[in-house]
Every structure is written in C-alpha cells, then in structure tokens.
Design a protein around this ligand. Structure first.
Ligand code: NAD
Length: 250
C-alpha cells in the first residue's frame, strides 16, 4: 500500500528530466498518487507526465502568472474533484555577486521562486480549505539559511529565505483548516540547475563542506517531500527540513 494512495498532487517545475520535481513526482506516483506536472513548456510537461504512467497529466503553467495558476488549478479540480498535495518546486537561480544584480535579475529570480510559490498556493488553497485537508511543500534552499555559498547569488538567497517566511505564515494561517505547509531546504543536489555551470574547483569546495562527503541525489529530496506530503507528517506544519548531508548542522 502506497503512502499517497488515492491522492491528487501537483508538482510545479517537474518537467526537468534530472530535476527534484520529476523525482518527486515519480516517487509520489509510485506511492499511488495521481500527478499533474506543471512547467513552462506544455509538451515537456506532458512527456514527463507520460513517463510516470497512465492517468498523470501535464500542463503549461508559468507560476509567475496568477491567472495561469488559477486556471490550471480549476481545470484539475474539475477533473479530479480535489487537490490534496502541492509541491512548489519551480525555481531558477543565477550565480551573481551582489553588485551584479540588475533589476531584471531580481525580478526573474524573486518572481519564479517566491511570487510563483505564493500564486500557485493561492490557486489550490480554496479547494483544500473546502475539504479540510491538504499538504503544501515548498522548495527553499540551504542558500536561504547560510547566505548562499554554493551557486545562487544573494537574490536567490533572499528569494529562498522569503519562501521560509511565507511557508511559516501560510502554515499558521491554514492550520485551523487542516492544511499543512512545510519547506525543504536541499543542499547541493546534482541536477540541471547547476549542470555544466560548476567548475571542478567550485565542486571540490562544495563537497569539502559536506560531512557525508557526497552531493545529494534527487531521490534524497523526493523522499523528504513524500514524508511531508503524506500522513506520516500529520503533526508537522511550518517546519523546514534540511536535506543536505550534514552541511548545515545547527
Ligand atoms: P531544474 O532546473 O532541474 O528544474 C527547475 C524546473 O522549473 C525546470 O523544469 C524549469 O522549466 C521550471 N521552471 C522555471 N521557471 C518556471 C516558471 N516560471 N513556471 C513553471 N516552471 C518553471 O532545477 P532543480 O535542481 O530540480 O530545482 C528544483 C527546486 O529545488 C528549485 O526551486 C531549486 O531552487 C531548488 N533547489 C535546488 C537545489 C539543487 O542543488 N539542485 C538546491 C536547493 C534548492
């Protein structure tokens, strides 16, 4: 028996083949959930959904577009009757120094990571409140907790720290409705977000700071997302869970 049998879950930014969203969607599907993969490109989202097996769906949805988030959520509500889980995974990063951040960099990184998390959550919350349950999982980063140091610039740290504040405030406001909201703070996980952009020297430096001595795998994050999405974490809300091989033991 899977941990998400009969549940309906949305995972944003899950078309990226080696990404955290895709690994999470796959594990959720293996545990009995029906999945909607949302990403920028409709065909990529549909192909990723088809990889998970029958009944899963993919849609184009730019999470920075409030109307697009609302319309996909209402289409899924009509199709499924309910939405049990939302994983706000869509995210982008840029390796800039403080003084290099231009308005368009700030907007791109803050909008996808933080505004997108807000808009997609707003799209599913009315339905979750109606049924009196739901779990929202937000992707923050170790970068929020330690001020970068891996790849993302200060604007990325700020966006991911914003997600922690948003997670806690949403958790507080939604707890009486039976809706839980938690954040995951991954450390260094090898995905396309840094692929080809990390020099050998940067990589060696990052690995030296990880007590477990290895980069994380997408499945390490997916497992944590499964815990937070399922009833195993029934009494957890407003938490931030570190998935970083011990790189920020505090
Ligand atoms: P990835 O680049 O492999 O995948 C990100 C996906 O988000 C892509 O499919 C992309 O098309 C999609 N996306 C981008 N903008 C979007 C938008 N406006 N609307 C919808 N989708 C959009 O990245 P990943 O490494 O799998 O990262 C997933 C999440 O985990 C991100 O939020 C990232 O910041 C976070 N994270 C990753 C790491 C890591 O080391 N990989 C560490 C900490 C946090």
């Amino acid at each position: 028996q899977g941990l998400l049998e009969g549940r309906y879950a949305i995972v944003t930014g899950a078309a990226s083949a080696r990404g955290l969203g895709k690994a999470t969607a796959k594990l959720f599907a293996d545990h009995g959930a029906t999945i909607a993969i949302l990403d920028l490109d409709a065909n990529a989202a549909k192909a990723a959904a088809a990889d998970l097996g029958e009944d899963h769906v993919g849609f184009a949805c730019d999470v920075t577009d409030k109307t697009a988030c609302a319309s996909v959520a209402s289409e899924l509500k009509a199709r499924w009757g309910r939405i049990d889980v939302l994983v706000n995974n869509a995210g982008i990063t840029q390796p800039l120094k403080l003084m290099e951040i231009e308005p368009q960099n700030y907007e791109a990184v803050l909008d996808v990571n933080l505004r997108g998390t807000l808009y997609m959550s707003q799209a599913v919350i009315p339905g979750m409140r109606e049924v009196g349950s739901g779990s929202i999982v937000n992707l923050s980063s170790v970068s929020a907790q330690r001020g970068g140091g891996i790849f993302g610039g200060p604007h990325y740290s700020a966006a991911k720290a914003g997600i922690l504040g948003l997670t806690k405030a949403m958790a507080r406001e939604l707890a009486p409705s039976g809706v839980r909201v938690n954040a995951i703070c991954p450390g260094f996980i090898a995905t396309d977000i840094t692929a080809g952009k990390l020099t050998d020297e940067m990589r060696a430096q990052v690995l030296a700071g990880i007590p477990m001595g290895r980069a994380g795998e997408a499945s390490d994050v997916a497992g944590c997302a499964l815990f937070l999405a399922s009833d195993l974490s029934a009494y957890c809300t407003g938490t931030e869970v570190d998935v970083n091989g011990g790189s920020l033991i505090h």
